[in-house]
Write a protein that binds this ligand. Structure first.
Ligand code: ADP
Length: 548
């Protein structure tokens, strides 16, 4: 009962192999039965139940028909199987009753009918087939009630044997089905669990790679491709080929060797990966051997490869290092003025005890201390401006009237320019509109340039120039001061940088002003432009879009 093209699945233990066995049995067994019947019919084998030739050949004929149909025509439907099985049962019944007799080993073939019924109609099929056999025995006993105890006993034994086999088959397959169901459920659980883990791993921002014992990549997540900036599959490649690493001195590191040597979880953040374009990425790598419960159950010491988790820490590390350096420089920069101020003030305290110290001497000393305190105050101002810019506290933009701003700055710094005999001029476009930026940042930048220009100019003057054209507003502060050499121009925006020029050294300054200004310019979406010639003066300028 097997269809090469379209197998009809009915029973519970259905398998192509079982169907194929049944198909061939359905042909061979009737042929055997016919042959055996012929031997009986022609008295070569002696059996009591010989019947007339016509009945015998009718049974043989139908056996042949059904076995050939069964063998060659594929099953189409459940009804089809039902009809075939019924025909087989009827013919087998007739054969056992009238040709061979139930008291013959051939009644064992009924087991095959039971099996076939079970395959296609599960337990109900088995039960019906068993019931048919009981019916057969009943008919047999009633037909030969006079033929003695021996043959009735044989019938009953055959019946019991069939019943036992039927019950055993049912209980065995039932327990098998329970196990199968449990297996199916645990498989479903397992695949759910697996899907969950895959979802988590794929949504991680860290790159996760799993390599086998040979270092070949077997599994990786999407973040791995992002990290390595590639779309190519990593599967099947060796980890050292995909991830050649170096240490900070540029010496090669074999990640696989490192990983192989570890027995526990190791984390390191001192490795570098170099991209094709030469850019370096600092990686934090965590790796450990994978020990599956399977290999543990084998009690073996081996494991199943390694897991590698990576993250790009280039930025975090450089920020961290920058911060450390910044704190150390600041504490150094603060120490000098504090020491001077503190030393001078304690000097003043000592001097005050002496009657012959003049008022002027005290005044000079107090001035020195005062200058240092002013310096510290400036430094704190610069630092707080820097911190404001970095935290973005004054990021909110507003419309600023340019003319009003320029005039106000001019008024504010005229006094200090005059004190140095410098003229502070204003050069504004006839028509000036507004800019839409953070007022604090813009003012801080301009003040920075103006105070620098006044500070670094000995004669001449400083000009505040604001020009508007094509929807852009350019702010420039131009002076006729000491100027900045070409090599210094590249460095003046570095933090704490002050020119070595003695004229710069004559003035006091923190070296933070332009560093802060550059940060603020970045915040405003612009860049500071410097043009300068040593001894002729400098111009600092930047451009902002005009507010609509
Ligand atoms: P500070 O003025 O406190 O030293 P800044 O960061 O404002 O620090 O400036 C850095 C350096 O750039 C100064 O020390 C000085 O050498 C140079 N510099 C800045 N502005 C001018 C200018 N207008 N003319 C000449 N040199 C300048």
């Amino acid at each position: 009962m097997y269809n090469n093209h379209k197998m009809y699945k009915g029973g519970t233990i259905y398998s192509p192999r079982a169907a194929s066995v049944i198909r061939y049995s359905g042909l061979i067994i009737p042929i055997l039965l016919i042959t055996y019947g012929v031997l009986i019919q022609f008295n070569i084998i002696n059996v009591q139940h010989a019947i007339d030739n016509f009945s015998f050949f009718s049974i043989c004929f139908w056996w042949l028909v059904i076995s050939i149909v069964q063998f060659s025509i594929p099953i189409k439907s459940r009804l089809d199987i039902l009809l075939r099985l019924t025909a087989y049962h009827l013919l087998a019944g007739a054969y056992l009753l009238f040709v061979s007799g139930i008291a013959s080993p051939l009644s064992g073939f009924w087991l095959l009918l039971m099996l076939g019924s079970y395959v296609y109609f599960s337990e109900r099929g088995l039960q019906l087939s068993t019931f048919a056999f009981i019916l057969l025995i009943a008919i047999d006993i009633s037909l030969k009630h006079s033929s003695g105890l021996a043959s009735i006993t044989y019938d009953l034994v055959a019946l019991i044997a069939i019943l036992v086999i039927s019950i055993v088959t049912m209980s065995v397959t039932r327990s098998q089905e329970v196990t199968k169901e449990a297996l199916k459920q645990s498989k479903a659980q397992e695949s759910l669990q697996r899907d969950r883990v895959i979802t988590i791993v794929n949504n991680m921002t860290d790159a996760v790679l799993s390599v086998d014992m040979e270092g070949i990549i077997r599994v990786y997540n999407a973040a791995s491709l992002n990290l390595l900036d590639t779309n190519d599959s990593l599967n099947g490649h060796h980890i050292d080929e995909i991830l050649p690493l170096t240490d900070k001195d540029n010496s090669d590191i074999s990640l696989f060797k490192e990983v192989q040597a570890t027995k526990t979880v190791i984390k390191r953040d001192d490795t570098y990966f170099t991209f094709d374009d030469g850019e370096k990425m600092r990686l934090e790598i965590t790796y450990s051997p994978i020990r599956s419960s399977y290999s543990r159950s084998k009690k073996s010491e081996t494991h199943d490869g390694y897991i590698i988790i990576m993250r790009d820490v280039t930025k975090a590390k450089s920020l961290e290092e920058e911060r450390d350096e910044f704190i150390s420089v600041i504490s150094h920069e603060l120490r000098t003025p504090i020491t001077i101020a503190e030393g001078t003030i304690s000097n003043v305290q000592v001097m005050m005890e002496h009657p012959d110290i003049t008022h002027d001497m005290l005044k000079d000393a107090v001035n020195v201390a005062h200058d240092q305190v002013i310096f510290l105050a400036n430094m704190v101002n610069d630092l707080s401006a820097l911190s404001r810019a970095e935290r973005g506290v004054a990021d909110n933009a507003e419309d600023i009237d340019i003319k009003e701003l320029a005039n106000r700055l001019h008024d504010k710094y005229s006094e200090s320019a005059k004190a140095k005999d410098l003229h502070l001029d204003l050069d504004l476009s006839a028509k000036l509109g507004k800019v839409h930026v953070s007022r604090l940042y813009l003012e801080e930048m301009l003040q920075n340039f103006i105070t620098n220009s006044i500070k670094y100019t000995k004669k001449g003057g400083v000009k505040i120039i604001v020009k508007q054209s094509d929807g852009e507003v350019t702010f420039s502060i131009k002076d006729t001061g000491i100027g900045i050499s070409k090599s210094d121009q590249a460095k003046i925006f570095h933090k704490f940088y002050r020119s070595e020029d003695y004229r710069t050294r004559e003035t006091s300054g923190t070296g933070l002003g332009l560093y802060v200004a550059a940060k603020l310019a970045h915040k405003l979406g612009t860049k500071i432009d410097v043009t300068s010639r040593l001894n002729f003066g400098s111009t600092f300028s930047f451009t902002l879009p005009e507010a609509k």
